[in-house]
Design a protein around this ligand. Structure first.
Ligand SMILES: Nc1ncnc2c1ncn2[C@@H]1O[C@H](COP(=O)(O)OP(=O)(O)OP(=O)(O)O)[C@@H](O)[C@H]1O
Length: 462
């Protein structure tokens, strides 16, 4: 654990440093508020021990406030002079872990430090546990089809490495889920996973969030603050929507990635960082590079390993398992253990094209479960948009189709064939011989058509 000792008296700093280092901790010392803020801004600190009175004009309260302003604040122990119980209480109100009066007994202080660090460790553990338990943020992305198996193989291979990974896929395909899986399967799992949506904030905020800032560098910068890259320690920073980073920030990001050092906004000093970088985008960065909107050098720097997440319509075999997964979350959330899909509802889901991908499926299941009167979710529980697309029981009549420029009979028949295949598979509960029978096809012809539409899994291909 890393402890920051703040005291204006040199002898006191030395005593504390020796005592705490002997107890096995890493110790940094600061003689006042400025140095303390610098230390808090440039490294990850678990505990601050500060004297309340720092020289004639400064106060430990300022150190406490700077520490509390951090995204993941360290615990703070305040040392107070005899007879200053009022300021000790004020410190507790502002979030200090505890206080100790001067002169103190060394054993007493060590015990307090140990308890504060236990609390800190517990909080960190809870944070990472909460990450694990968030719906959909489990260790394993759901999906056992051939495409997801390939993704999973790649994840297992690159998770333990330090490589930068670029995740590409349409919106809602699960890019963040994969980023979390990469983090939690890596040796960095006990360290923070810090995501940032690069498209949601403007250039200034993005740079200050990523690289940090020093006090006074802009209105509202009341304290030095480390950026995510430093704050993540040996964890992972996930740059979501990297394709939306403005060109000016791209230049800085490239330098940061190459040199593994950041320059906080308003500072000229460089701070090294250890975090691993993962990035994701729904854009084709190749095309963005060609259009001059994305720097080619940054693209190559990020694109060391690329994970391509296919849209849900290209991995139909994952729809039913995902729907079941989301329904099981709803059973728990709504405390309705009897909720289930009718086979027809599952078939209808399986033949829909999901332009909003897994996120849309998740929303549909949540809505259906919340609104359901009985325990069985039927096609009537699903939004009408799905009905328009489900496999027709008789061939679609020509009159319903917009013929003319842009129409392609071939594509139309192709889509219809695909929907029938999926519907038959769903109706047959995934048993392929049965699905072939339902369609009046030989097994061989059925298997050929599955492969043609990318619906077969690896066993079929073998
Ligand atoms: N394979 C999966 N297993 C379980 N849940 C998933 C899976 N893929 C996606 N989800 C869920 O679907 C939702 C969307 O996933 P996520 O946010 O990871 O997508 P995204 O590609 O990052 O989207 P965007 O590009 O819009 O940020 C989340 O609630 C996530 O938990």
């Amino acid at each position: 654990m890393h402890i920051l000792v703040v005291d204006d008296e040199r002898s006191m700093r030395d005593v504390l440093e020796i005592m705490l280092s002997r107890a096995g901790h890493q110790v940094t010392c600061a003689d006042g508020v400025r140095r303390a803020s610098e230390a808090l801004g440039s490294t990850r600190v678990d505990l601050v021990i500060t004297d309340m009175k720092l020289g004639a004009s400064q106060s430990g309260m300022d150190v406490l406030r700077a520490a509390r302003a951090l995204p993941e604040p360290p615990e703070v122990i305040v040392i107070t002079a005899f007879g200053t119980a009022v300021s000790a209480m004020e410190a507790m109100r502002e979030g200090a872990y505890d206080y100790i009066g001067k002169p103190f007994d060394n054993e007493e202080l060590l015990l307090l430090v140990q308890k504060a660090l236990e609390k800190r460790a517990l909080r960190r553990e809870n944070l990472s546990l909460r990450e694990h338990l968030l719906p959909g943020a489990g260790l394993m992305a759901v999906g056992r089809g051939a495409r997801m198996r390939a993704v999973r193989n790649l994840v297992d291979k690159v998770a333990p490495t330090r490589s930068t990974v670029l995740i590409h896929g349409e919106s809602g395909t699960g890019k963040e889920v994969i980023a979390k899986e990469l983090h939690f399967k890596s040796p960095r799992a006990s360290q923070p996973f810090l995501p940032i949506n690069c498209a949601a904030v403007n250039e200034g905020v993005l740079e200050s969030e990523l690289f940090g800032h020093v006090k006074g560098s802009f209105t509202g910068a009341t304290h030095d603050r480390p950026g995510l890259l430093v704050h993540a320690g040996e964890g992972t920073v996930f740059l979501d929507e990297i394709g939306d980073v403005p060109l000016a920030t791209q230049v800085k990001l490239l330098r940061v990635l190459q040199e593994r050092k950041v320059k906080p906004v308003g500072s000229s000093a460089e701070v090294p960082f250890q975090a691993r970088i993962l990035a994701a985008t729904h854009r084709s960065l190749d095309a963005e590079v060609k259009a001059g909107r994305f720097r080619e050098d940054l693209f190559y720097r990020l694109n060391v390993i690329m994970i391509e997440l296919p849209p849900l319509r290209e991995r139909v075999e994952d729809i039913a398992p995902l729907a079941e997964h989301f329904l099981s979350l709803q059973r728990k959330a709504l405390e309705r253990p009897g909720l289930r899909f009718s086979p027809e509802a599952l078939a209808m889901l399986s033949s829909y094209s999901f332009p909003g991908n897994v996120r849309q499926l998740e929303n549909i299941v949540e809505r259906a479960a919340t609104l359901a009167d009985g325990d069985t979710l039927t096609p009537a529980s699903l939004p009408p948009t799905l009905r328009g697309e489900s496999a027709p029981s008789t061939a679609t009549a020509g009159s319903e189709v917009a013929l003319g420029a842009g129409f392609s009979l071939e594509r139309h028949l192709d889509e219809a064939e695909r929907r029938y295949l999926v519907a038959a598979l769903a109706q047959a509960g995934g048993v392929k011989t049965r699905a072939a029978e339902l369609l009046g096809l030989t097994f061989r012809s059925f298997r050929y058509r599955l492969a043609k539409h990318g619906l077969s899994d690896r066993e079929d291909e073998a």
